[in-house]
Write a protein that binds this ligand. Structure first.
Ligand code: ADP
Length: 168
């Protein structure tokens, strides 16, 4: 059985030890998945995020999950796609997955759900992003047999199909 699963769902409803937020570098909430996570988590989340004070692109920070079913939120900041520095943008996106998984694992997380980082408002091409995501998740699982489950949560059919293809 594969430790990677692909679902169509609202990530705020997912029961996992942690869910990952596609945050912005201020960690102060925003639109898309970030807005949804903040709405459901409630006011404790922005309070904790303010104390952290921000997060550079490609890195990750951890907070509690507050009113979410998940115990933790891992906030990671994806690159904004310009296509003018594609290799650098690829590396930053890979860093989001790697650093989120490592930080989660250090905090005892064994089941974790990711949204499709950077492919919404940050315009990263989803086919390209899905290949990077799947590669990084597989590498992490290979080197961390204790990680039990990574769920890729897709919002929309196009995103789902891209990840389905990347997993083949
Ligand atoms: P980014 O700024 O990193 O591009 P977005 O939130 O704009 O982040 O989009 C990232 C992905 O998250 C998109 O595929 C978007 O459709 C998806 N998304 C938006 N809301 C949710 C949600 N509640 N659960 C899961 N995925 C979501």
């Amino acid at each position: 059985m594969s430790k990677i699963s692909l679902i169509k769902e609202d990530i705020t409803k997912v029961h996992a030890d942690a869910i990952v937020n596609a945050a912005n570098s201020a960690l102060l909430g925003g639109g898309g998945v970030d807005g949804a996570i903040h709405r459901v988590a409630g006011p404790g989340l922005p309070r904790e995020c303010r104390k952290i004070g921000g997060c550079p692109t490609g890195e990750a920070r951890i907070t509690g999950g507050y009113n979410l079913p998940a115990k933790f939120v891992i906030h990671t900041v994806g690159p904004v796609w310009s296509g003018r520095a594609a290799e650098r943008e690829d590396a930053l996106l890979a860093g989001c997955y790697r650093n989120s998984l490592a930080l989660a694992y250090e905090n005892g997380v064994r089941t974790i759900a990711f949204p499709s980082i950077s492919t919404g408002a940050y315009r990263f091409p989803v086919e390209r992003a899905s290949k990077i995501a799947v590669r990084e998740i597989r590498e992490f699982l290979d080197s961390h047999p204790g990680m039990e489950k990574v769920i890729i949560v897709c919002f929309g059919d196009e995103v789902f199909r891209a990840y389905e293809e990347a997993l083949k």
